[in-house]
Design a protein around this ligand. Structure first.
Ligand SMILES: O=P(O)(O)OC[C@H]1O[C@H](OP(=O)(O)OP(=O)(O)O)[C@H](O)[C@@H]1O
Ligand SMILES: Nc1nc2[nH]cnc2c(=O)[nH]1
Ligand SMILES: [Mg+2]
Length: 164
């Protein structure tokens, strides 16, 4: 698949992620009770842990999907389903991921658990219709940089970035 044109960059700090995951927990608490959480690896595990703590949910399973090599999208591969959780059609279960972009990952997981509630912290327009609850929308040409993928380093002044 062709390299997606991500013109904008949206770095997220641990504090911001914590705050937004907690905001998501506030939105989800009144829609429960939840039988458990299905986290989509790997990015979904971080917000899932925060939401599990806030909603006092201890039943957590994973769906393991691999679809990106950094910014390069490829065919999604399911490495593990949810056999262990006994989640049936997903009724009463919460699926958590860090974000939806094209919606490909969400589409695959929704097929596995059609009645589950799908929640993410961030959403881009193409994936938005596939999510039941999210907190922050960013444009399609934005790449979100999560705190576990980045480190502190020198940043070029904006003027230099614009002049090339
Ligand atoms: O809506 P989509 O276009 O499918 O993209 C969204 C998915 O991409 C990222 O995961 P990735 O496949 O990069 O794996 P990771 O969570 O292990 O980093 C992100 O965590 C979502 O799961
Ligand atoms: N980290 C990260 N992973 C993604 N996978 C698909 N879109 C994105 C994104 O914007 N940021
Ligand atoms: Mg992911």
């Amino acid at each position: 698949m062709a390299e997606a044109p991500f013109n904008k960059h949206f770095p997220v700090s641990w504090e911001e992620l914590h705050r937004n995951a907690k905001a998501l927990a506030w939105r989800l608490i009144d829609r429960g009770p939840w039988k458990g959480i299905i986290a989509i690896t790997r990015g979904g595990m971080v917000p899932a842990a925060i939401i599990a703590r806030e909603l006092e949910i201890r039943m957590i399973d994973t769906v393991c999907v691999s679809s990106y090599d950094h910014q390069q999208q490829r065919n999604a591969t399911i490495l593990k389903g949810v056999e262990g959780a006994n989640a049936g059609d997903g009724e009463g279960w919460l699926i958590i991921d860090d974000l939806v972009d094209t919606g490909k990952t969400a589409e695959i997981v929704r097929k596995m658990l059609p009645k589950a509630h799908f929640a993410t912290v961030y959403a881009k327009p193409a994936g938005r219709p596939l999510v039941d609850t999210f907190i922050t929308e960013v444009s399609q040409d934005t790449w979100i940089h999560f705190p576990w993928d980045i480190e502190l380093q020198f940043s070029q002044p904006i003027a230099k970035q614009r002049n090339g």
